[in-house]
Write a protein that binds this ligand. Structure first.
Ligand code: LLP
Length: 434
């Protein structure tokens, strides 16, 4: 038996791929394709691991905030909220969705490098817990919105620690070339901190940084702890302000293909904890509460996408194209980033992978490819194909290009299914048209 990517995947006696105990070919029949199918129990298990590890190893009030840019619809806010997670939102649309789901917005951080005045006023009105204020201009805007609303608004300041997560080198330019936050190395971060402390209607609670995404190495987080605690110590010394919160952003990587390593969240949190306590002791500061903002590592490996095979084109001496009924509209990540994915023929999961092919979508564009050079058991028209690890940045990045309706999101839990997002209809597509 070949090893499957995750332990919630099995092959049934009928040769079909089973996901979280359900026959994926049956799911495709019942809900149609393309469809996002998600293992809710696995999402919850990931939330619990973050909540538990952060409670156990990090200072009091440390907590994970689900980065909902990875996946945003009402039910996901209810799920992560019920598991004790906060959330990170980056737009008024995500804020609206969380609010409509009844999410406790006092446990939310509002991110983004360009929040408009209406965005800010809306978030203040909704009682947003924290703004991650990006720059001086935005600080003034938040201060004035808070004054108008008669509240003192909690904020974190986004700073750029200047870490390149792929080389693990601390770049001396200190993240000067970033649209996010204020650089530590340039002195901007300190100046913005001074400004934040001078404003009457904002309460500075701490600092935020985000290093990158899909990281398999915890070293950049340890570097971030070092740089950020040095910054906190300097601010304490120069401005007499000691930060209570250190938000280290998201970024822990997940397995898309079998060559990818498995990263333990608990072990990662333990390493962050050791570095934090040691750094704080050495630098004479109180260990701040830590926020992490995992997105991908909460939902990516809890989701798969099911498609139905259509045309199969064998171009002799060139390549084989297997076309499915979705594509870059439900998963633009190969087109955008050449992202690797594991592809399975869910109808014939027990057979030898004997066809090398390119899995492509149905859009009128050659770049509409889900994956190149994969080997799967030779499919026939009508077979179900599963692309794994599509729970993050797929539904949330889906589009209506070529007027293709977005797929539904079906949740599986304890052997039961429920639709969290229904399939878009053609009527939905013309809803905004005059
Ligand atoms: N916090 C902040 C401030 C972020 O910018 C991000 C991701 C996260 C948290 C969550 O990071 P995660 O734990 O998911 O790695 N569309 C890309 C990913 C963009 C991520 C941007 N920021 C993709 O499909 O790979």
């Amino acid at each position: 038996m070949r090893e499957l990517l995750y332990d919630n995947l099995t092959v049934g006696e009928n040769g079909h791929l089973y996901f979280a105990g359900a026959d994926t070919v049956e799911l495709a029949r019942e809900f149609g394709t393309p469809a996002f199918v998600m293992d809710e129990d696995r999402i919850r298990a990931h939330c619990r691991e973050y909540v538990r590890a952060m409670r156990e190893y990090l200072p009091a009030f440390s907590r994970p905030m689900f980065a909902s840019k990875a996946l945003s619809f009402k039910e996901i806010y209810r799920i992560v909220g019920s598991e004790g997670m906060g959330t990170d939102i980056v737009s008024p649309g995500e804020l609206y969705t969380a609010h409509a789901a009844g999410f406790d917005l006092s446990n939310a951080v509002f991110h983004g490098n360009n929040k408009t005045d209406p965005d800010i006023a809306y978030a203040v009105k909704c009682g947003i817990g924290f703004f991650a204020a990006d720059n001086a201009e935005e600080l003034y805007a938040i201060d004035s919105a808070a004054a108008k609303a008669g509240v003192k608004q909690k904020i974190l300041l986004r700073v750029a620690p200047g870490i390149d997560p792929h080389t693990h080198k601390k770049i001396s330019t200190g993240g000067v070339d970033s649209k996010f936050g204020s650089g530590i190395a340039t002195g901007d971060a300190e100046n913005v901190t001074r400004l934040a402390l001078s404003l009457a209607n904002v309460e500075l609670c701490g600092f935020h940084c985000h290093i990158g995404s899909q990281l398999f190495d915890i070293t950049p987080f340890i570097d971030a702890v070092d740089i950020m605690t040095s910054f906190i110590a300097r601010v304490k010394q120069v401005l007499g302000y000691e930060a209570g919160i250190l938000n280290l952003g998201g970024g822990i990587g997940v397995r898309y293909v079998k060559e990818d390593p498995f990263i333990s969240v608990t072990e990662s949190v333990k390493k962050i904890s050791s570095a934090l306590f040691a750094d704080c002791a050495a630098k004479g500061i109180r260990p701040p509460a830590v926020m992490l903002e995992p997105g991908r590592s909460i939902v990516a490996d809890s989701g798969i996408t099911l498609y139905t095979v259509g045309s199969i084109k064998e171009i002799k001496g060139v390549k084989n194209y297997v076309s499915v009924d979705g594509g870059m509209t439900d998963n633009p990540r190969y087109t955008l980033y050449q992202a690797a994915y594991t592809v399975m023929n869910a109808s014939k999961a027990d057979r030898e992978p004997d066809l090398a092919c390119t899995l492509c979508g149905r859009c009128c564009e050659s770049g509409d490819i889900l994956q190149e050079n994969v080997r799967i058991p030779r499919p026939a028209r009508g077979d179900t194909v599963a692309v794994l690890t599509t729970g993050a940045y797929n539904y949330s990045m889906a589009s209506n290009y070529n007027r293709i309706p977005r797929p539904p999101v079906v949740l599986l839990s304890g052997g039961r299914t429920r639709v969290a997002v229904r399939r878009e209809t053609y009527e939905d597509l013309v809803k905004c048209d005059e």
